[in-house]
Ligand binder design. Structure first.
Ligand SMILES: Cc1ncc(COP(=O)(O)O)c(C=O)c1O
Length: 420
């Protein structure tokens, strides 16, 4: 009766995901949703999973079947860790691979292990909302780094960290000078890391080219700034694979996050991280405390599905589908937005594109009008750590089919015209 529950301060920093709230609206019958980042269910390889489940439970003997239902090692299922290590384009020891419960858990573990209350954390502008949500309870000061259509603006990053051309003092020196100072009281204290999405970024769909990657990794190494590289979309390229991961350029300076959500199925909740030996043990301990291990059964089923090159056949079908849907959306935007001062980018892969509304318009104010027209999107302001651009919004081109994309973009144009 009336028990006085006192919530932790960190709970105050947990906000309902704007996306989840919007997804509720999109459950309205008949609505075409470009809002959620839900992979197309058409791409889920149901038959391959059915066979693999049978194989895991019965195909390798009773003991193996039983083991798939037992508690298991926190690091993950060894054959899956080996597969992950072998699949990455730099030398990865399977001992550096930690299987996570989705890459979202990787973000949570990184936050727990690297962030103190008041720590500076750098993110792209804009960035993945789920990362902001994972880091925020650790009470960091999250700062956006200036970014453009090609990702992080490296010169601006150097300026922000007081290490630009006009600042001969390096961040490493500042770190030494400020090591024992409170970062809140002393904003010059070294950031714990920069969180970066070089491939088909969520929310913008943009990518970093090779020179930009090289410049960023070189700058980060010079500054002693750790990088957290999140790459759930890298395999979803349309015409050519993206350049090398940042981590491949400096494995010791990066934590790399990957996921099976976009190439197999998100309901599996399986991802992984690769971390240098200096941080891996702490991430593992955080993982043990969080959930002991990711589901043994799912790990074994995925290992069974992918062991014989299945993904080499499967992923191209996802790429082809998403490319078709992306082009349908771009064509529809060209036709329907004619005469309106609406801008958008043309991604080379992934699941999203980024739209900027005409001067003076707000995506948050547009949303209810769009929902009246039976179409939904995510207002861009959800994705900014600071200084949100109210004119921006994110469109996913993977959940709706081509016909729905055409209808939905026409509805969006009507909503924009009616509020212009
Ligand atoms: C950039 C980014 N990182 C991580 C995740 C989380 O993915 P997972 O399903 O692997 O937890 C997502 C999901 O949409 C994402 O867009």
């Amino acid at each position: 009766m009336n028990t006085p529950w006192t919530l932790a301060q960190r709970a105050e920093r947990m906000n309902p995901s704007v996306i989840r709230e919007i997804l509720k609206v999109t459950e309205k019958p008949g609505i075409i949703s470009f809002a959620g980042g839900l992979p197309s269910t058409e791409t889920f390889p149901v038959d391959a999973f059915a066979k693999a489940c049978e194989q895991v439970l019965h195909g390798h003997g009773l003991e193996s079947g039983r083991a798939s239902l037992q508690y298991a090692a926190s690091e993950g299922f060894a054959p899956l860790r080996e597969w992950v290590a072998a699949s990455l384009p730099w030398a990865v020891d399977p001992a550096q691979v930690l299987i996570t419960t989705g890459s979202q858990q990787g973000l949570d573990l990184v936050g727990k292990v690297l962030i103190d209350a008041g720590s500076r954390v750098l993110v792209e502008t804009p960035t993945y909302l789920g990362a902001l949500q994972a880091f925020s309870p650790m009470e960091p000061v999250i700062e956006g780094v200036a970014s453009d259509a090609g990702g992080v603006d490296v010169a601006a990053l150097l300026e922000q960290l007081g290490a630009g051309a006009d600042h001969p003092e390096s961040l490493e020196r500042r770190r030494l000078l400020t090591l024992d100072l409170d970062p809140v009281a002393n904003p010059q204290a070294a950031p714990r890391f920069l969180y970066v999405l070089p491939n088909f970024q969520n929310p913008t769909g943009r990518s970093m080219d090779l020179p930009r990657r090289q410049a960023l990794v070189a700058a980060a190494a010079r500054l002693g700034l750790p990088l957290v590289e999140d790459n759930p979309y890298g395999d979803l390229w349309f015409d050519q694979p993206p350049p090398t991961p940042l981590t491949a350029l400096n494995p010791d300076g990066c934590i790399y996050l990957g996921s099976f959500s976009k190439i197999l199925a998100p309901g599996l909740r399986l991802g992984f991280l690769v971390a240098p030996p200096s941080v891996y043990p702490k991430l593992l301990q955080a993982k043990q405390a969080a959930d002991l291990h990711s589901p043994s059964f799912n790990q074994r089923v995925v290992a069974e599905v992918i062991k014989d090159g299945f993904l080499d056949r499967h992923i191209p079908t996802i790429r082809a589908l998403y490319k078709r849907q992306c082009h349908a959306m771009l064509d529809a935007l060209k036709t329907e937005m004619a005469g309106l001062d609406v801008q958008w980018n043309e991604p080379d892969g992934g699941m999203f594109l980024w739209v900027r509304l005409p001067e003076g318009m707000s995506a948050i104010e547009l949303l209810p009008k769009a929902v009246e027209q039976n179409v939904a999107f995510v207002p861009g302001s959800a994705f900014y750590a600071d200084h949100a651009d109210p004119r921006t919004l994110r469109l996913s081109f993977v959940t709706a089919n081509v016909e729905q994309i055409r209808t939905g973009i026409a509805a969006l144009a009507r909503a924009i015209r009616s509020s212009h």
